[in-house]
Design a protein around this ligand. Structure first.
Ligand code: HEC
Length: 112
């Protein structure tokens, strides 16, 4: 009786973990999709111009949420709303997984 409960719990846990795995982003797929972003955000997510935010090294959930919010209209920007409208949830997860894995910019060059 006790053992079957443990087994049931183990199965439930496995289902939960595998469901999360399918929802996770695929960085390799994100890299392929990032071609459309490189013109503004830079080839490795570090843009040369301050008007385009650096995406490299940003938190994964932040990136995903930002893209979701452009698509839903919660966050407004003429350029990004247009771009995000063509992205699926999986595209956003893949892109977020790709950019978060890149090396960010750690030197802020703050005045002394
Ligand atoms: C034509 C230029 C352009 C392209 C192409 C572009 N972006 Fe952007 N992106 C911007 C600008 C400008 C902003 C700043 C908008 C704002 O102030 O909200 C931005 C903001 C963002 C942000 C929010 C960053 C932050 O720090 O809050 C994310 C995430 C993002 N873009 C992802 C992408 C992805 C992923 C793609 C490709 C699918 C892409 N962008 C393509 C111009 C672009």
């Amino acid at each position: 009786m006790k053992l079957s409960k443990i087994m049931l719990l183990a199965v439930a846990l496995m289902v939960l973990i595998s469901a999360q795995a399918t929802a996770a982003g695929d960085a390799a797929a994100g890299e392929a999709k990032s071609q459309a972003c490189a013109g503004c955000h830079g080839a490795a997510g570090v843009s040369a111009m301050t008007s385009f935010p650096i995406l490299a090294g940003q938190f994964e959930d932040y990136l995903f949420n930002a893209l979701s919010q452009y698509k839903s209209g919660e966050r407004k920007n003429a350029i990004m709303t247009g771009i995000a409208s063509g992205l699926s949830k999986q595209d956003m997860r893949d892109l977020a997984a790709y950019y978060t894995a890149l090396e960010g910019v750690y030197s802020l060059n703050l005045p002394e």
